[in-house]
Design a protein around this ligand. Structure first.
Ligand code: LYS
Length: 883
């Protein structure tokens, strides 16, 4: 084990930089194993710095320093500077301001398996600098509050690197001897170095344009490897949609004349918003109807939009320090969620986002890694690109939007852009702009930024028939999280609607107020508060937390009958779906107890009746209809249990699925047949909805041991004209006993072996299967020629899917799943620390399991902790998981 634990960085220690860098001229001579970097930096002392020390400390890692030159004069000698593993300290820099420092160093992209800094992806050179990757390119003040203009010259072999890209506009290019050429790029906007990018390789480009609201013509280019040019149309369309939407909704127009996106197959995350040159994981660019599912199409549009939206929320206005990460990510996620909601179905998008929040973020917030959306300390910032920073951060922005309303929120964002354009700012600056633009105070609301944990709202009600009033008593409580034993009450918007027993809307009129509306937003600010509604002629049903108006857990006693009533009558699409989920969730919870106590299983007829009613109604939004028919996931159900019992959850849920399939077989079959078409390349909401409802039915029907229905799946697999249908069919064949399972898996591989993203699906599907032989399959797949520990997408597909999407087998009682995962994390620790540390998450929640599993999981975490040369990334997550 390492003797000194890695250093922690604290928000409270923030100080302004001692030096500023105004201008950066970079010169690269590209080579796979020895790239030469020359950085000419124009610096000056920061007048705002209080430090008296004259030394200039630059960050740098894995760099081979060649020489340092001051003010274009003499080379510095050894006595002038000190080099450490992660820094370069230069003494006695000139008093005259500004001054110029030229640093020459070399780097080796080929051995850079961490995929941070400059690295190789299928022979192409590319960069990833956020958060602290620029220091792996050259020595620099690698912090977001140092903003400079960049000019970049790339020199490379014409055959290997015909395309040479960097940020901004191409200002010059030319030929050199020995089959080489060069290009110079200039980015006129100041930016922190984490937004720097370069790409060099044999790439093909598809091109289009966009005319902005002020009439400027922007050239749009998407660069991919040659075999993928036929999979870019959707990404291009998505970009244009995002550009239009940002103008319409936020008044934000694009600023450069050129917008480039490059898709690379080796990428640690989803995508990166480098100024004018986004670098994307291929997964979020490439799509053709036969290779990508409907949900892939939606994710591509969402991620393209996310990175595009960053141009204002992230690039023009960036973060002062990495503790403010949610300033750009939370806001940008909120923006992309709203965009997708507008483009597809608002109801469905909200439900999907909340589902993800409640399964993943709530789990994070309840575990040893819980942190506020503005954390106070980190060891490795890459570990803080979390669902809390992103998704809970988006919920906090959404609450501001809910509290202020769309118009006033827009006034706030306008002021934020006007005040801070070109600056590196804080979450506090964002809240202040919202306050100032609207003349409101958000003092208590700020606690959302500093407090971790998921608040629990407990709601009870009392109807007084004489007074015709309904009193809602709401209390809030937030469990302790690491480092935060006591929590203060938060400002929570609780959206409420009332429904009379005949299904009509009851007026919401709060005591003492003259306004009456169909719904109200209650401002819960105290630990416990009563809200009295007046003028109610009979007792209404209460629809609380409409649209999931705050990221909280709701505790409210409700009978199955009341839930069934809300499922048919709630006018809020989110709560209507939620009532159904609560209904079925309560039933499954009861069945889980029955499984644990060896009692006979029986599904309450009220559930079957509720589903029958849903099936009997006409639905316009078929995707929403599908969600109403879907069961809560095993992961969601696990979240609701005091001690997670993966076997009982799986057994109970499968029982419910089977029973519903048996009881509703005719209706499900009809629905399947009515929506089964041979549609290819059709991506309107209607076609997407038809596929979704049809495949939901297929999933139920294939739980039945009926050869005719199993054949439906087989036929669908064989005749599918799009990946959604093909994948859905293969999934039910892999997840249920099926005569053609092996054969279809083999055929699928044969058919798609040259499409990496489709093969990822093939790996993930098998790794997530509840079939009894899954663990053996996963082990065998590790040895498959197409498996590769150097490709993050493949790791996520196999190891990630098994550990995060297969609770039943990952948590096998004998601990084999845990040991397997720890083996992979240890292997990845040196290869790719970022990916390794993300894989630990499956072990982090060990306290949620029984004593036997707890012991097995912690033993593996201890084993990970004793890894030789453990990375900061892995150390932080493993040690905090155990703490
Ligand atoms: N800023 C990127 C995004 O759009 C992610 C960068 C990840 C850096 N480790 O989410």
């Amino acid at each position: 084990m390492r003797d000194a634990s890695p250093q922690t960085t604290y928000l409270k220690d923030y100080t302004v930089p001692d030096y500023l860098i105004h201008k950066v001229a970079l010169h690269f001579v590209l080579d796979e194993e020895r790239t030469e970097v020359t950085a000419r930096l124009t610096l000056s002392r920061n007048p705002a710095s209080l430090s008296m020390s004259a030394a200039l400390v630059l960050a740098g890692e894995n760099l081979t320093l060649q020489r340092i030159i001051l003010n274009d004069g003499e080379e510095l000698v050894a006595a002038d500077y000190v080099q450490a593993a992660d820094s370069l300290t230069i003494y006695n820099v000139p008093q005259q301001q500004p001054f110029v420092l030229t640093i020459e160093n070399t780097i080796n992209p080929k051995i850079n398996t961490a995929l941070e800094g400059l690295y190789l992806s299928n022979g192409m050179l590319c960069t990833q600098c956020e958060a602290e990757g620029f220091r792996k390119i050259t020595y620099f003040l690698d912090r977001p509050d140092v903003m400079a203009t960049f000019t970049t010259t790339l020199v490379g072999d014409k055959s290997r690197y015909p395309v040479l890209l960097s940020n901004g506009n191409k200002i010059a290019h030319g030929e050199l001897e020995a089959n080489r050429h060069w290009v110079t790029w200039e980015d006129p906007f100041t930016k922190p170095c984490y937004l720097f990018a370069l790409v060099a390789g044999q790439l093909e480009c598809i091109e289009d344009h966009f005319t902005t609201q002020s009439g400027r013509d922007i050239s749009l280019q998407i660069f991919v490897e040659p075999q993928d040019v036929d999979k870019c149309a959707h990404a291009m369309q998505s970009l244009q949609n995002a550009m239009r939407w940002d103008e319409e909704v936020y008044g934000c127009e694009y600023d450069l004349d050129l917008y480039m996106i490059v898709a690379v197959s080796h990428f640690n995350m989803g995508a990166m918003e480098n100024k004018g040159l986004n670098v994307f994981n291929t997964k979020f660019v490439l799509a053709r109807p036969d290779t990508a599912t409907d949900s892939d199409y939606e994710h591509i549009e969402g991620v393209i939009a996310h990175e595009y939206f960053h141009n204002w929320t992230g690039n023009r206005i960036t973060c002062r320090d990495w503790f403010q990460l949610s300033l750009k990510e939370g806001f940008t996620v909120f923006r992309d969620q709203e965009f997708t909601g507008d483009r597809t179905s608002k109801a469905v998008k909200r439900i999907e986002d909340v589902t993800m929040l409640r399964t993943r973020q709530f789990a994070e917030d309840a575990g040893p890694l819980a942190h506020p959306i503005r954390p106070e300390a980190y060891i490795e910032i890459n570990n803080f690109y979390t669902v809390t920073i992103y998704e809970k951060g988006a919920e906090v922005v959404r609450m501001l939007h809910t509290l202020l309303g769309a118009e006033r929120f827009r006034k706030g964002s306008d002021l934020y852009f006007a005040r801070h354009d070109g600056q590196a700012v804080t979450c506090e600056d964002f809240v202040k702009a919202m306050e100032a633009a609207n003349g409101v105070g958000l003092v208590q609301f700020r606690r959302w930024y500093s407090q971790a944990g998921t608040p629990v709202l407990t709601v009870s009600r009392r109807y007084d028939s004489q007074a015709q009033t309904l009193t809602l008593s709401i209390s809030q409580e937030c469990p302790p999280t690491p480092g935060q034993a006591v929590k203060e009450p938060l400002h929570i918007p609780v959206k409420v609607g009332l429904i009379y027993p005949d299904g009509t809307i009851a007026p919401c009129q709060l005591q003492g107020s003259a306004d009456s509306a169909e719904e109200v937003i209650l401002a819960l600010t105290e630990a416990a508060q009563d809200f009295v509604f007046t003028g109610l002629s009979s007792e209404p049903a209460v629809s609380v937390l409409r649209g999931f108006s705050a990221p909280v857990k709701l505790v409210m006693e409700r009978s199955l009958t009341e839930l069934a009533f809300l499922l048919s009558h709630d006018s809020d699409t989110f709560n209507r779906w939620e009532a159904g989920q609560q209904l079925i969730g309560q039933a499954i919870t009861g069945l889980i107890a029955d499984v644990q106590n060896n009692r006979e299983l029986r599904l309450d007829p009220i559930i079957i009746e509720a589903f029958r009613q849903v099936l009997a109604q006409p639905w316009e939004d078929l995707s929403y209809f599908s969600l109403l028919l879907s069961l809560p996931s095993e992961t969601y159900l696990a979240e609701q249990m005091p001690v997670i019992d993966v076997v009982a959850i799986h057994t109970a849920r499968e029982f419910v699925k089977l029973t519903l399939a048996e009881q509703l077989q005719n209706a499900l079959q009809t629905l399947y047949l009515n929506n089964h078409r041979d549609e290819s390349g059709c991506f309107d909401a209607g076609a997407i909805g038809r596929r979704r409802i049809k495949n939901t039915c297929l999933n139920y029907l294939c739980a039945l041991d009926d050869p005719a229905l199993k054949n439906w799946a087989h036929q669908q697999f064989k005749t599918a004209k799009n990946m959604t249908d093909q994948m859905a069919a293969l999934t039910v064949m892999v997840n249920n006993p099926h005569y053609a399972r092996r054969q279809c898996l083999a055929e699928f591989y044969q058919q798609w072996q040259h499409e990496a993203l489709v093969i990822d699906k093939w790996f993930a599907l098998q790794a997530a299967s509840p079939a009894p032989d899954t663990f053996a399959t996963v082990q065998a797949l590790m040895a498959h020629p197409a498996f590769d520990l150097g490709t993050p997408n493949r790791i996520r597909a196999l190891i990630g899917a098994f550990s995060q999407a297969n609770p039943l087998h990952f948590h096998a009682a004998n601990g084999q799943g845990y040991q397997f995962l720890a083996d992979q994390i240890i292997a990845l620790n040196t290869l790719n620390p970022q990916v390794a540390s993300r894989m630990i998450s499956a072990l982090t929640s060990w306290r949620r399991y029984d004593a036997g599993r707890q012991a097995l999981m912690t033993a593996q975490l201890e084993r990970i902790m004793s890894t030789e040369a453990i990375s900061k990334d892995v150390y932080e997550i493993a040690s905090k998981s155990l703490a």
